[in-house]
Design a protein around this ligand. Structure first.
Ligand code: UDP
Ligand code: MG
Length: 310
């Protein structure tokens, strides 16, 4: 039996060696073999340099894939899965917020429970601001309401699964990758375990509000076409409202002889309808844009260097 650890790294120069050390300690006395697949996601710091050193030393079986630029964590996961040769595969961050010891528990669970295919860690306590927490919760409410697949909120990318799951994921070669959606879409029986994210070993998080918002939009657009339906309904609703208003205005003029009052209503209506139209065009644009990206059929990532295990 063999385990592959897939570790996407973006500017993690200070962490990769620490991660490897922690993994070696965690798996020291286990009765299966394992490999670490580091994916350098176009880091601008010394990450690749550090990874080359780790690959050369081979303190434990270590592969390195290096991207030609930053393609994002999702692309890193995809590349790592392509190169993983284990019967079990674990996705884990390089910053030691997620502990390799937990991976051991995950593997143990899968070994003992044949009817489960995947173990996913979710954060029982979040060490982040209330506002961010609120936005994340709302996002999952919206996306679960809109899409056909159900994504568990709080579930992280920290997972261990069987080879069959990895092979299913590799079949989805879509350009805009949203791993939470991909996992929900491929299905398989999942067991959830709680974990507490530790502090980052070194460096800073790569996420900011803008990146998270883009990620959320990718998730919603990628996993549902309901926003298009909603814009159709909005159009119907506003035209119905306009029709009712038209009837009221005509009746007022004919029956009560009231002149149509001021320009304020007109201005508000123009603004309202104009913004509604832009909003709906925006929604359509999101889908057209994705269609365009996908139709170019570009690869999810470009690797400039692969350091394999001899
Ligand atoms: N990461 C990556 N490419 C990116 C951003 C992040 O490969 O463009 C990696 C990063 O090196 C880390 C993992 O994804 O191993 C999670 O990133 P981070 O720790 O910044 O996210 P957080 O833990 O704060 O959610
Ligand atoms: Mg992190």
């Amino acid at each position: 039996m063999k385990l592959s650890l897939v570790v996407p790294c973006y500017n993690e120069a200070g962490n990769v060696a620490l991660f490897q050390k922690a993994a070696i300690e965690a798996f020291a006395d286990c009765n299966y073999s394992y490999e670490i697949i580091f994916v350098d996601d176009g880091s601008t710091d010394a990450t690749l340099h550090e990874l080359r050193k780790l690959h050369k030393a081979q303190a434990c079986p270590t592969k390195v894939i290096s991207f030609s630029r930053n393609f994002g964590k999702e692309a890193g996961i995809y590349a790592g899965l392509q190169h993983a040769s284990g019967d079990y595969i674990c996705l884990i961050d390089a910053d030691l917020q997620q502990r390799p010891e937990v991976t051991r528990e995950m593997v143990k669970f899968l070994e003992e429970n044949e009817d489960y295919d995947m173990v996913t860690a979710y954060q029982d306590r979040r060490n982040e601001g209330k506002i961010l927490s609120f936005f994340k919760k709302s996002f999952y409410k919206i996306i679960n309401g809109l899409s056909d697949v159900n994504m568990k909120s709080d579930a992280s990318d920290f997972r261990t699964f069987r080879r069959s799951v990895a092979e299913s994921i590799l079949k989805l070669a879509e350009y805009h990758r949203f791993s939470k959606g991909i996992f929900a879409w491929v299905g398989y029986k999942t067991h959830y375990i709680p974990y507490t994210a530790c502090q980052r070993a070194t460096g800073n998080t790569k996420w900011n509000f803008r990146k998270l918002t883009n990620y959320a939009i990718d998730g919603i657009i990628g996993y549902s076409t309901k926003p298009l339906r909603i814009s159709t309904f909005l159009g119907m609703l506003t035209s119905l409202a306009a029709l009712i208003y038209l009837i009221i205005v005509v009746l007022e003029k004919l029956i009560a002889g009231i002149d149509i009052p001021g320009y304020a209503t007109v201005t508000v209506l123009i603004l309202f309808l104009g913004s509604m139209q832009l909003f709906c065009i925006g929604i359509i644009g999101e889908y057209v844009g994705r269609n365009f990206e996908q139709s170019k059929n570009r690869p999810v990532f470009i690797s400039k260097e692969i350091l394999d295990i001899e």
